[in-house]
Design a protein around this ligand. Structure first.
Ligand code: SF4
Length: 183
């Protein structure tokens, strides 16, 4: 069963208290999981096998599908950023992802034990990622990005009216999306 209006309001207040206003409640059953997303991780992404919260250190596509089916309420949070140089993205993502871990904790402590955060980018907490879960330097903090959970982020967020387009150069504004699985 999903959250009631009072519970949603309580979580809205947590988000506002933590400085988040650009987000939407969504029905997690509309999150689109696709095998092609995992193929893009496996072939073409430099982080495959090098990210402690990236494939192959995330569940299989079938398990990801099962995970999303267990939720009735979730949030999509939008972050827009324009980098002066490509290297700046790491620090930008690390700062936002650190805030998102705190948000997940605040929602958890408010009485929502299923709260689970999917980052707006790969983890980015360490300068060099150890590349696996066993040696992760901040195992309590690291979370996967939606893409690492095989989510077709483009098709999913567009259903809710969010803007997302392929960028052809690093200095164009990026639209990144985090998902907070609530209940
Ligand atoms: S916390 Fe560090 S080691 Fe762990 S997944 Fe993130 S970047 Fe990699």
């Amino acid at each position: 069963m999903g959250l009631n209006t009072v519970q949603c309001k309580q979580i809205d207040e947590i988000l506002q208290a933590n400085g988040y206003s650009d987000y939407q409640w969504i029905d997690p059953q509309k999150i689109i999981v696709a095998q092609w997303v995992r193929m893009k991780c496996m072939f073409g992404c430099g982080e495959y096998g090098r990210g402690g919260a990236c494939p192959p250190n995330t569940p299989s596509v079938a398990e990801c599908e099962r995970f999303f089916k267990e939720y009735a309420d979730a949030l999509i949070l939008h972050f827009a950023g324009r980098m002066n140089q490509p290297e700046d993205r790491h620090a930008w993502s690390a700062k936002i992802n650190a805030g998102l871990v705190k948000l997940e904790r605040a929602v958890f402590l408010a009485g929502y034990p299923r709260a689970f955060q999917l980052f707006m980018d790969s983890c980015c907490f360490c300068k060099t990622c150890t590349g696996n879960r066993e040696t992760c330097e901040q195992p309590r903090m690291a979370r996967p990005a939606p893409e690492a959970m095989a989510v077709d982020v483009y098709a999913t967020v567009r259903q809710f009216g969010f803007e997302i387009n392929v960028r052809t150069d690093y200095d164009q504004e990026m639209d990144r999306y985090a998902f907070l699985m609530v209940h």
